[in-house]
Design a protein around this ligand. Structure first.
Ligand code: ADP
Ligand code: MG
Length: 255
């Protein structure tokens, strides 16, 4: 079965990478009945905290993405079913040590790609939640992906690091993964302020498309706590509808 792998990346923290992975994972699996694997490759492990049971993972010493990145476990061995069609490859803080330990590993940029290639469980979509850095874990995610989706928060500082991220993507494209494509931007937490519309206008000048703009809404984090997509939590919420539109586009990519 053909599977699309998408890295959700930006070296800036707090721009809604994890939220976007959670929203798309919920929508693709629950609304579109696609089989989705969410991979947490961020040592901060916020995706695992939101979607999984961090206590269970730590108390029972469960295997995580740390074991996968150390080539000790397959992805199949660590995957946790979350709900119908939705699965999580979890992470813990230990992953930050692992990033240091694999610096001298052979083919260190391709560890995740090899793990995905030997995965037996078949998925329609794999969504990778990247850390807020351009380090080896993000490079592993980009090297294993068909597309990168870049969330940007609608504020002036958002554009500062963007060129650096684009350099990392370009390096991966030329050196490691020629198949990697930039899908585009999702502009997050937009408000009715000049700062927000100025930022949006700046991003519009960029070479890559804006796929969706997500308004700021407290319902987004409420829905996360309730373990749902914002759209499922509140059908008419504009942020939820914007994420629904984005997930529709992702379904379009599949064909
Ligand atoms: P990142 O993974 O890039 O660090 P997160 O997804 O963790 O960012 O989001 C950072 C914070 O912003 C979280 O508290 C999240 O609930 C909140 N957030 C994300 N999107 C929205 C939104 N559209 N409206 C309001 N809050 C949001
Ligand atoms: Mg995050």
């Amino acid at each position: 079965m053909p599977c699309l792998t998408i890295a959700i990346a930006n070296q800036k923290g707090g721009v809604a990478k994890t939220t976007t992975v959670s929203e798309l994972g919920e929508l693709l699996s629950q609304q579109y009945h696609k089989k989705v694997l969410m991979i947490d490759i961020d040592p901060q492990a916020s995706l695992t905290s939101i979607k999984g049971d961090m206590n269970d993972i730590i108390i029972n010493n469960r295997k995580t993405m740390s074991n996968v990145m150390l080539r000790q476990s397959s992805i199949d061995e660590i995957v946790i079913p979350i709900k119908t069609n939705l699965y999580l490859a979890p992470a813990t803080l230990v992953l930050s040590d692992v990033e240091l330990n694999i610096i001298n590993a052979t083919l260190r940029e391709l560890i995740l790609k090899a793990a995905l290639n030997s995965m037996l469980g078949s998925y329609d979509f794999v969504l990778i939640d990247c850390p807020p850095s351009r380090g080896l874990l993000t490079v592993n995610a980009l090297s294993a992906s068909d597309y990168v989706l870049i969330p940007i928060q609608a504020e002036y500082q958002a554009l500062l690091g963007l060129q650096l991220l684009k350099n990392t993507v370009a390096n991966v494209q030329s050196q490691i993964n020629k198949e990697l494509k930039v899908w585009g931007y999702v502009v997050t937490m937009t408000t009715r302020t000049n700062q927000s519309s100025d930022t949006l206008n700046e991003i519009k000048k960029d070479h890559y498309p804006i796929l969706s703009t997500i308004p700021r809404s407290t319902k987004v984090s409420d829905a996360g706590v309730a373990n749902m997509s914002t759209h499922e939590f509140d059908t008419n919420n504009p942020a939820g509808l914007a994420y629904l539109k984005l997930s529709e586009k992702l379904i379009g990519l599949e064909m």
